[in-house]
Design a protein around this ligand. Structure first.
Ligand code: GLC
Length: 484
């Protein structure tokens, strides 16, 4: 007899290829597929049936992605009133992805600059996601909610499973991808949806209505996206006011590092590269370097180490301290190419650096997924000075493309990069303190290492064969679900 499948529902705001604003979208798109693909010997012979619920963001409607209608229902709202929910399912996906629509979702960006607009959108979305199971003849064994956007779904489920029999056995996992983004503190919005605040005494007063607080306090287990970040969030430095609660419940907190899908990040098959290469044809990486230098308008020179920086221009990402560090190593030979958009002040810093060092720095202020791939392929070093980084994905992609990371030893960066001081099988260069001096020091070590060509090629090859696939982590998630 076949065993019943193990049912997991992701509640998340992004899932690629439908929608990706940041790293959250990578996880929303790839982890469900990785869980479904786990070999049966890892899942006690059971199928894992993962479904995903995201908002039906306006941009998805504009793009006219193919969908089929699933159901409509109403949820209680504002003491005796109701709100309509319209649910569709995206077609052609690896796993079922339900799209939640309704007034609070319509006419909005994926995220708003106005926190109350986001509060209405995501509390509605979270409530509707939990109510959905009443209407589709499918109740998950585990509700797996992600980041503040889905925090209210955890509290809603906790309330419902106590009185609504079909939900009695639903267990919950809440995953933190970025703790400082807790969602706005709007108790009045929660009240309209009949959702309780987080009354745990360790949660600061002014955070009790934040969706992140609801997720943390109502869930059965908490996870985050690397082992190091799971420890960091217990500290005053990284805890953002949640450390007291997390310390008290530290037995509930674990870290599981994100993986990536190898077929999506393979320089041997990546169609946008100037020339494909693999670990045995590394000389072709040089073709990519020459073309990249030309496209970026940098002097074409094989021997000068080309450093790239890619990402959201946000204080979290620490670009400012990297710029200060680069200015400290002007005596060495290097080029830098920066790609990103975001905070206008940081954009200006990028442009100022490029203007000051026209012979070796270029800055491209935009989001450009295709160009970023050419950058990984055509460069020698990735600089990733994030002040904190729950997991991070760029460092893993870079390594697979033979581009060696230099990074702040925090969160997932620490867990995925090995420094020469840790092992002779090092894969990059880490610095401990988020300060320009420390960053400059790691940069110097990397630039010196680059000078020894044979050693450098060995290092590149070691990076390219690292295993960042999802399977190990997906198995850990499965075991965690089961433990619930
Ligand atoms: C957030 C974090 C990033 C992590 C991603 C996916 O964007 O900032 O470090 O990789 O979530 O978990």
């Amino acid at each position: 007899m076949t065993k019943p499948s193990f049912k997991v529902c992701f509640v998340i705001s992004e899932a690629e290829p439908l929608i990706k604003v940041g790293g959250l979208g990578d996880v929303g798109g790839t982890l469900p597929a990785a869980l479904t693909a786990l070999p049966q010997e890892m899942t006690d012979g059971r199928d894992v049936d993962v479904r995903v619920v995201i908002p039906y963001h306006d941009i998805l409607k504009e793009r006219q992605i193919p969908v089929k209608w699933v159901c409509n229902f109403r949820i209680p709202y504002d003491n005796g009133l109701f709100q309509d929910v319209y649910v569709s399912q995206a077609e052609g996906m690896d796993v079922p992805i339900y799209l939640i629509d309704g007034d609070p979702v319509r006419g909005k960006g994926v995220y708003s600059t106005d926190p109350i607009v986001d509060a209405y959108k995501y509390v509605f979305f979270s409530t509707a996601a939990v109510e959905l199971f009443k209407h589709i003849d499918w109740v998950p064994d585990v509700l797996h909610a992600h980041d503040w956007h889905a925090g209210a779904s955890v509290m809603k489920m906790k309330q419902m499973r106590s009185y609504y029999q079909p939900y009695h056995n639903v267990k919950m996992l809440y995953t933190i991808h970025n703790l400082p983004y807790a969602g706005g503190n709007f108790p009045a919005v929660l009240e309209k949806y009949g959702i309780e605040q987080a009354f745990a005494e360790e949660i600061p007063q002014d955070k009790r209505g934040c969706p992140m607080s609801l997720g943390l306090t109502a869930t059965d287990m908490i996870s985050t996206v690397s082992e190091t970040y799971a420890k960091e969030i217990l500290t005053d430095e990284f805890g953002n006011g949640f450390q007291y609660f997390l310390q008290k419940h530290s037995e509930k907190v674990t870290g599981i590092v994100n993986g990536i899908m190898p077929h999506q990040w393979n320089p041997a098959t990546d169609r946008v590269l100037y020339e494909n290469y693999d670990v045995n044809s590394l000389e072709k990486k040089l073709v990519n370097k020459r073309m990249l230098q030309r496209e970026a308008g940098l002097p074409q020179n094989d021997d000068v180490p080309l450093i790239i920086m890619i990402g959201r221009l946000d204080y979290q990402k620490g670009f400012d301290l990297a710029f200060a560090a680069l200015r400290k190593v002007l005596g060495k030979n290097w080029q830098a190419l920066i790609l990103g958009s975001g905070n206008p002040a940081i954009q200006n810093d990028c442009l100022a650096l490029a203007a000051a060092y026209q012979d070796r720095v270029r800055a491209e202020i935009r989001y450009d997924a295709a160009f970023s791939r050419k950058m990984y392929a055509g460069s020698d070093l990735l600089l990733m000075p994030s002040r904190y980084e729950p997991c991070g994905i760029a460092q893993m992609i870079a390594m697979l493309y033979g581009c060696v990371p230099i990074a702040h030893a925090t969160g997932g960066l620490k867990d995925t990069i090995i420094d020469p001081l840790e092992s002779k099988d090092y894969t990059g260069f880490l610095f401990d303190e988020a300060k320009p001096e420390a960053c400059a020091d790691a940069l110097s070590r990397a630039l010196d290492a680059y000078a020894d060509r044979d050693k450098w090629i060995t290092l590149q090859k070691r990076c390219m064969v690292q295993d960042f696939t999802w399977e190990k982590s997906a198995k850990k998630y499965y075991d965690l679900y089961k433990s619930l």
